[in-house]
Design a protein around this ligand. Structure first.
Ligand SMILES: [Mg+2]
Length: 208
């Protein structure tokens, strides 16, 4: 087995954010509903909140400093307290024999509550939450540290995720094989591979 480890993203890779998004982010959407301290459409912001880290959303829609702080303070304490299912094809990934690492960006409490409700602890060697509200550390830093600590070479690690600007970019910068996972077939990216089902990942790895 020449590929030894898989680094996975969480949001929209292990489970679909829209499945819990409206409920999870309701306190945030309520704040935005009553504010005009941003540019753009509320609906677009809602979509982006489910796709990219809040700090990037706030910059993109030019949130005022006070609105950003207000939303930030809501997000710091937001958790999801109900069990919810992963993507149905996650079962394929779970069965793969490779060492797995979960590296997710977001607020610590929120990401941890999702990890707990999805019962992911047992599936991963390590789980890392990169929280931009707390640290300057990036996914790339975490990837690098995993390679070093487990003495893995770049050719032995594949990175799987849905965000070309996040894990795919970080993986590419470190010379790792990257796999863009996208349910809607949006495969216009420079990742090494693009898949819409984890069965395909198994097939790609079987040929390695
Ligand atoms: Mg993601």
């Amino acid at each position: 087995m020449s590929v030894k480890a898989l680094i996975l993203d969480l949001d929209n890779t292990i489970y679909p954010v829209p499945s819990i998004g409206e409920e999870l982010f309701k306190p945030v959407f309520d704040v935005l509903q009553n504010s005009s301290d941003y540019e753009g459409e509320l609906e677009d912001i809602k979509q982006d909140m489910m796709r990219i880290p809040f700090q990037k959303v706030a910059a993109k829609y030019k949130f005022s400093k006070s609105l950003e702080e207000k939303v930030d303070s809501v997000l710091r304490n937001l958790t999801y307290e109900k069990e919810f299912p992963p993507f149905e094809d996650y079962a394929h990934l779970r069965k793969m024999p490779h060492q797995k690492f979960l590296v997710t960006t977001g607020y610590t409490k929120m990401q941890q509550s999702k990890v707990d409700q999805l019962s992911l602890e047992k599936d991963f060697e390590e789980i890392h939450i990169v929280d931009p509200s707390k640290t300057k550390q990036t996914k790339k830093d975490v990837f690098k540290s995993i390679l070093e600590r487990y003495t893995l070479s770049a050719s032995e690690v594949w990175v799987v995720g849905d965000d070309p600007q996040s894990e795919i970019k970080a993986g590419k910068e470190l010379g790792l094989t990257t796999v863009l996972y996208s349910k809607n077939g949006n495969h216009t990216t420079h990742a090494t591979h693009a898949i819409s089902h984890f069965k395909e990942l198994g097939e790609l790895l079987a040929n390695k």
